[in-house]
Design a protein around this ligand. Structure first.
Ligand code: GLC
Length: 398
């Protein structure tokens, strides 16, 4: 697909999925399946809007996302805005009327920084900065109550990869399972969450995963937050957030690194989750691997060893017992994982490999349209239609 056509299609899709509620504007990931606002989706939309020269829409997207921040700083992963819009959406008793009570990978600082880099709007940074700092301070305390410098998630949905097999052991589920069985376990966690008044210290007795992508994303976003603090002349904050990013980087190496790869851990007495999923490439995005390590990983795993399916990088390696080519986060190719890996490879100057991911992503859209996920064996589109994440390809430079 040529760049101009792609550009037009993404712009049309974003505009068609825009929604205004109570004076706030956000973009639905999909009109048919996901008509509400989701945290990391909105951050992805920012990168797409910027590529469409629509910085105002990008700013609105982030400002609506931070509008429902909790008193303790948490930003919920879902804001329902106008719930009546879709009454067949699964009812989840979060304990709050308008939002969920869990969060999602904290992409907000990277997104805000991208807006500043694109249009240099210091006033926007000033407006959003208190919300961002409150959110990251919440993560750094509530999600790290023992000051280990690794953040825990209290529900698989906080990873954005709802039913990934990385969470099977913590949920006590076998590698082969139905989506219904998986969802039932996650609903139970929401009940526990309500009893725990949404606090990490209590919730970690039920589900506590120090996940690789979540911590990697936190590191990269803390660096962006430090850059923002710098622009706003907040020297102490800049040092604090940089220091926190460095501390998480060191802790990841100390507790998660084994056999050349980073592995998530689970439980209060942490055990490693040694499953091959796309997360092994995620640390590239925050430059956590040394040059030699990165080269070794690319040589051994990128498009190889279970990651060699014909249509790009599956989210789960095909030689894992849990691999299912149409299993939502249990195998299909997703544009978000492709984007993180693309960005990571570019940081290391591995431009040929990055270009390959870009091309495979574009081929999938060409073949199957803007779908939620893609079957890695035949490229078929699955899940939601007119799903925005295909627009991330616009943010992959040729
Ligand atoms: C699904 C995805 C999640 C996303 C949401 C809205 O739940 O797993 O990552 O945020 O849909 O697109």
């Amino acid at each position: 697909m040529n760049q101009t056509i792609l550009h037009n299609k993404v712009r049309e899709l974003l505009l068609a999925n825009q929604h205004i509620s109570n004076g706030y504007q956000y973009t639905m990931p999909s009109r048919e399946k996901y008509p509400f606002q989701w945290l990391w989706d909105s951050c992805f939309h920012v990168f797409m809007y910027l590529r469409c020269s629509q910085a105002e829409n990008a700013k609105k997207e982030l400002l609506s996302l931070v509008s429902h921040q909790f008193k303790n700083g948490m930003i919920p992963h879902m804001i329902y805005w106008n719930r009546a819009k879709k009454d067949d959406f699964p009812v989840i008793h979060w304990g709050k009327p308008d939002t969920s009570t869990i969060t999602q990978p904290p992409m907000l600082a990277h997104a805000a920084w991208a807006i500043y880099e694109a249009v240099g709007d210091r006033a926007f940074l000033q407006e959003i900065y208190p919300k961002l700092t409150a959110f990251f301070r919440f993560l750094l305390t509530d999600r790290d109550p023992r000051n280990v410098h690794l953040l825990g998630i209290i529900d698989p949905d906080e990873s954005g990869e709802d039913n990934s097999p990385r969470f099977d052991a913590p949920l006590n589920l076998p590698p082969r399972q139905t989506q219904k069985e998986n969802f039932a376990k996650r609903l139970k966690l929401v009940e526990d969450n309500r009893k725990c008044h949404f606090e990490g210290r209590c919730m970690r007795n039920f589900f506590w995963v120090r996940d690789v992508p979540f911590n990697v994303i936190t590191i990269r976003n803390l660096r962006c937050l430090a850059d923002i603090a710098n622009v706003l002349d907040k020297k102490q904050d800049r040092e604090y957030f940089d220091h926190q990013a460095t501390a998480i980087t060191a802790a990841m190496r100390q507790y998660m690194f084994e056999d050349g790869l980073f592995w998530p851990t689970w439980g209060i007495r942490p055990k490693r989750i040694k499953l091959k999923t796309w997360h092994i490439f995620a640390p590239l995005y925050a430059h956590l691997y040394t040059r030699d390590e990165a080269e070794a990983i690319v040589q051994k795993y990128l498009f190889k060893d279970g990651f060699d399916t014909s249509y790009g990088l599956p989210t789960v390696a095909s030689d894992e017992a849990s691999y299912d080519p149409s299993g939502f986060w249990r195998g299909p190719v997703w544009m978000a994982s492709n984007w993180f890996i693309y960005k990571g490879l570019r940081l290391y100057g591995m431009d040929d490999m990055a270009a390959k991911i870009r091309q495979l992503s574009l081929d999938l859209i060409e073949q199957s349209g803007f779908r939620e996920q893609f079957n890695p064996k035949n490229g078929d589109g699955e899940g939601a239609r007119d799903f925005t994440w295909g627009g991330l390809t616009l943010d992959m430079d040729a």
